[in-house]
Each structure stands twice: as C-alpha cells, then as structure tokens.
Design a protein around this ligand. Structure first.
Ligand SMILES: Nc1ncnc2c1ncn2[C@@H]1O[C@H](COP(=O)(O)OP(=O)(O)OP(=O)(O)O)[C@@H](O)[C@H]1O
Length: 261
C-alpha cells in the first residue's frame, strides 16, 4: 500500500521573529524544530497555551511566514515564493469573522472573493456557487444580500467558513475559530466543521487553546509547549498516552504546567 502524499508538511522548522532596530536586533524563537504532517482529508488539532507558537505554525503552513530553518511542503512540493500558484487552495478561518469579512461588502461578495482570485467565472456561476456554499454552511442563500453587521456572531462565522471553502481548498487553517462564540454556538460550528470535512474532504489544522474542542473535531492532536511540539497522538488515544507533563496538565492529570488563558 502506498502512503498518500501529505497535503501539508513541516520538516524540522524553526521560525524566529526579529524585533527592535537593526543595531540592536533581537530574535525570538516562536517555532522550534517542528515536524508535522497533515494527510489529505485529515484534521490535526494544535493545542497549547497562549504564546506557545500555534498561530505561527498556521502562518507557516499558509505561506504567510517563511521558516528560518527547515522546510514547508504543500502537496509534496516546497511552499515557495509562488503563492499565486496556491491561490484558493490554502484558506484560513480566524477567531473573529470580522477579520475576513469586509463590513462594507455584502456577504455574497465576500464569499465569492476567493473565486474571483482563483480565476474568472461567469457571474451566474459565481452566484450559484455562493448560494450552494451558504446552504452547505446552514444559511439561507438570501444572506448573500446582507451585510455582516446584520448577522449574529455565529452566522458571521458560518459566512467566513463558506468563504474559506468556496474555492475547494486542499488545506484550511482554523485559528481559534470558535473561541469568540457563545458555548452553544461553538458546538454548532464544531459540528458544522466535522460535517463539512466529511462532505467536502479538505485537510485541516484546527488551532485552539481548548483541548476538548480540538479533540472533538480532530483525527490527531499535536500539543505545543514553548515553541515545540511535544506530543502528537490520535485524538481518542491522547488521554491514555499523554506523556508530556504539559499534556497531562491539560487533562488535569498533573498540576502546574498548564498556562492561564
Ligand atoms: N509578528 C511577530 N513579531 C514578533 N514576535 C511575534 C510575532 N508574532 C508572534 N510573536 C511571538 O511568537 C510567540 C508565538 O506566538 P504565536 O502567536 O504563534 O502563539 P500562539 O500559541 O498562537 O498564542 P495565542 O494563543 O496567544 O495566539 C509569542 O511569544 C509571540 O509573542
């Protein structure tokens, strides 16, 4: 049996951020020697306390940050300079839907935007795909004519998910995508992500400080601690195989190591 080429892969990746003026430049290591693969159709959860480097891993996978060392592969090839080649194939859903929805644009226009970037489509076809996508995320297609401020937070996040999926991406990075929502709405969105992943089949990185949410949507969960991935396990098995003290603290098995959030 041949193993499928991973959709996304980090190989021994470091990422440093520089700060300060050139004569007193300081470097902070945000990601240290991280290796991680995401198979086609797989969701990998990435959990860890604030500042552990989760968003930086997402940015590397999206090509928004360049590794200081190591390599980032997308569908088996280096995720290089030519980001245009991947337009529409790499998408993100962020914590606050307002970050991806322009308040001045009707929701239908925002959802259609990745289609415009990926290549010209006749207006009819664009409208049809937007309506279909809105239905898939559980919204009335009439939402296309409304502005974000006319919708609830949960509805806005559904629009943001529709926008991320309309171009049939291979990889979607969900970065704290449910953290800003009420608990009952969080459950709806987590169920939506699971259902869409089964139906549409994208690979995903699900970044969260909430281990329970990450386990619920993910096939495997990676645990990040001070810029390193200290553990990766099947979501169901993680509880029983939690080796690292930080992972154990996430389950309440060991006091002290988990950060405040
Ligand atoms: N653009 C930047 N410039 C300088 N330092 C940065 C930058 N972005 C992040 N950092 C630092 O890198 C480290 C990792 O940050 P990152 O946002 O990846 O962590 P995180 O686990 O996603 O945290 P949070 O859950 O709070 O978003 C932190 O110490 C952060 O302060």
């Amino acid at each position: 049996m041949t193993t499928p080429v991973p959709t996304a892969e980090l190989r021994g990746v470091d990422l440093d951020y520089g700060s300060g003026p050139p004569w007193a430049r300081r470097h902070q290591r945000a990601v240290s020697a991280v290796s991680l693969t995401i198979a086609p159709g797989e969701t990998v959860g990435l959990v860890g306390q604030s500042g552990s480097g989760k968003t930086s891993v997402g940015r590397l996978l999206l090509g928004l940050a360049r590794p200081t060392a190591g390599s980032v592969l997308f569908e088996g090839r280096p995720l290089g300079e030519d980001r245009r080649r991947h337009r529409g194939r790499l998408q993100a859903v962020l914590q606050n839907p307002a970050w991806s929805l322009d308040p001045r644009l009707r929701c239908g226009t925002s959802v259609a935007e990745p289609l415009t970037v990926a290549g010209a489509l006749p207006a009819d076809e664009r409208r049809r795909r937007v309506a279909h996508m809105l239905k898939q995320v559980g919204l009335d297609p009439g939402v296309a004519d409304r502005f974000p401020h006319q919708l609830s937070g949960g509805q806005q996040q559904r629009v943001a998910i529709a926008r991320a999926l309309v171009s049939h991406p291979s990889l979607v990075v969900f970065d704290e995508a449910v953290s800003a929502l009420d608990v009952s709405v969080q459950a709806q969105i987590l169920n939506l992500i699971r259902r869409l992943q089964d139906e549409v089949g994208f690979a995903a990185l699900f970044i969260s400080h909430d281990l329970a949410a990450a386990r619920y949507v993910s096939h495997r969960v990676a645990v990040m601690w001070r810029s390193e991935i200290v553990e990766v396990a099947d979501a169901a098995a993680l509880y029983h195989h939690a080796d690292h003290p930080y992972t154990r603290s996430l389950f309440g098995l060991e006091p002290g190591a988990a950060g405040r959030r």
